[in-house]
Design a protein around this ligand. Sequence first.
Ligand SMILES: NC(=O)C1=CN([C@@H]2O[C@H](COP(=O)(O)OP(=O)(O)OC[C@H]3O[C@@H](n4cnc5c(N)ncnc54)[C@H](OP(=O)(O)O)[C@@H]3O)[C@@H](O)[C@H]2O)C=CC1
Ligand SMILES: O=C(O)C1=N[C@H](C(=O)O)C[C@H](O)C1
Length: 265
Amino acid sequence: MKLIVVGAEGRMGRMLIRAVAEAEGCTLHGAVERTGSSVLGKDAGLLAGIGELGVPVTDDPLPLFVAADGVLDFTAPAATVAFAELAAQARIVHVIGTTGFSEDDLERLKAASFHARLVRSGNMSLGVNLLAGLVRKVAATLGEEFDIEVLEMHHRMKVDAPSGTALLLGEAAAQGRDVALSDARVSTRDGHTGARRPGDIGFATLRGGTVVGDHSVIFAGPSERITLSHHAEDRAIFARGALKAAQWAFDQPPGLYSMDDVLGL
Ligand SMILES: NC(=O)C1=CN([C@@H]2O[C@H](COP(=O)(O)OP(=O)(O)OC[C@H]3O[C@@H](n4cnc5c(N)ncnc54)[C@H](OP(=O)(O)O)[C@@H]3O)[C@@H](O)[C@H]2O)C=CC1
Ligand SMILES: O=C(O)C1=N[C@H](C(=O)O)C[C@H](O)C1
């Protein structure tokens, strides 16, 4: 499978270049960075620290997209929406790990999925997607006397909050309770907030250091508490999931898919 990595210089971009170069049946077809980036023209393999691959980083995605099978995209919302429109024109697979989308962005991704095969998830790891299933089940089993709080911590460079994973886990809890997350979500508390509303799903965000990604869903009930957690130790887990998603989507019709579809959960 001929794959392009966009956002090649990023933390995930460099990890993805390494993962594609090592994966059986995959080749790195291209590497893209934004116009003005200091790494344009540099070899993608050297950028990723694995030796020359003969793939220079470019800021011109279109010629690459038309001759590729898929694109791995962990960039930023505006960039991803533009790449999805190109993936739709080229009728290829677009694996989207980017987080922090607005409702309008999500509508545009949906439109692109009429022609492209899109797989989008706030977390591409096996562990988090399994955890989401557990959260859904526990939330469906426990009543509203158990308060649900989602706690996350990430490295100091992360730009969006709550994390895509926290929202994915919050969605799972809301599905378990058969409510809309938008009605139950409480993302900020400051000052005299009053008592907690029954049924709220709260989010708390910590940022600092080099933490790859820690998430806990706490079910706090009368005199007892259940905590379900995931700790990401290496970004390789996200890259592995993204590659699996690309290979799975290769045989699918156009559409918007999730990691549940990819993993058969
Ligand atoms: N779903 C998942 O499993 C995971 C999701 N993520 C998400 O992936 C995204 C990226 O994370 P991370 O790698 O840490 O972030 P980085 O900031 O390290 O990397 C993003 C890269 O994308 C580049 N970029 C931005 N806009 C464009 C553009 N228009 N064209 C080409 N390249 C562009 C950035 O360039 P510049 O610096 O010049 O802006 C940067 O090099 C985030 O949204 C994060 O939350 C991260 C890990 C796992
Ligand atoms: O920005 C990150 O680093 C991560 N982003 C994703 C998120 O928003 O949940 C996934 C992972 O936790 C790392």
